[in-house]
Write a protein that binds this ligand. Sequence first.
Ligand SMILES: [Zn+2]
Length: 356
Amino acid sequence: MSLKLKPGVVWGDAYKALVQNCKENRFALPAINVAGTNSLNAVLEAAARNKSDVIVQLSNGGAQFFAGLSLADKHKAMVLGAVSAARHTALMAEEYGVCVVLNTDHANRKLIPWVRDLVRMSEQSIMQTGVPLYSSHMLDLSDEPIGDNLRACEDILPRMFKAGIALEMELGVTGGEEDGIGQDIDEVDNAKLYTQPEEVLAAYDRLSKLGTISIAAAFGNVHGVYAPGNVMLRPEILKASQALVQKTHNLAENPLDFVFHGGSGSDPTDIRAAIDYGVFKMNVDTDTQFAFAKGVEAYVEQHTSAFKYQLHPETGVPAKGIYDPRKWLREGEKSMVDRLNIAFQQLGSVGQSVAS
Ligand SMILES: [Zn+2]
């Protein structure tokens, strides 16, 4: 019987079932960074339209923006913005009829307190309503020695697991920069762009017994869009890692849950291969940001005078109906939905929603 889940933010066993369903049926879900209700609603709209479930995520900067940039206490704004986004998502995902994996994106060493506070907010939420706020949180200690990386994950994972929250961790380095985290692709040691299967096995051995993990393994992927020729993807690294863990622990095919960072601008053949090797989540940020901007740009271009004068300079007609922010923000949303339609198609998730 095919999987059916209640629409809304998934967590605990429902999260695990949803991920397993993606892998078994060889498709992945796009993970889209949002920074406000405009981008968030556009993601839900696109998911509903494509009859797909979806992954929504907030970077630390996105969470702060959600709360408002004027708040003086940046840490508190990052926590409360993420809580606000979680409440909006939980309420609206049900209404749009889709299952949402809600995640926070890259958190390096100095952002661990942010993740800890969000786990604490989820624990409070469980006491009040029975459900956590987030499906998963990412820790990215990939620029530290692997021992330190794994120790930090071991520290937080049992508490997350108890609250029904999964951990996404990174091995190797995703090139490029995102929200102040990551490194310039020219400066990263090339070997670090390609995770070793032995490192993946070490992470699996130490972490999988403590909770639910997914792994962002580097296979040459980079954040952002670069000119062709700068990026050499090697998804066979994922295949070799799956095979090593499968063999060592005598498990079924594709035991690891892999995450693909830096999905913007990727070649469809590489995407297909990555999905075959157990990727259930592909991050798309750069391309959807650009799509939102293009939608607004086309509208402004078409109505230049309304963005300069409240009354039309020749006809005197009020331009209020044109410069109303709802008009041009909606154009950004629609353009973002168009780009997301492509992502759902590329990842094979169209029509695969498990929301009942
Ligand atoms: Zn990333």
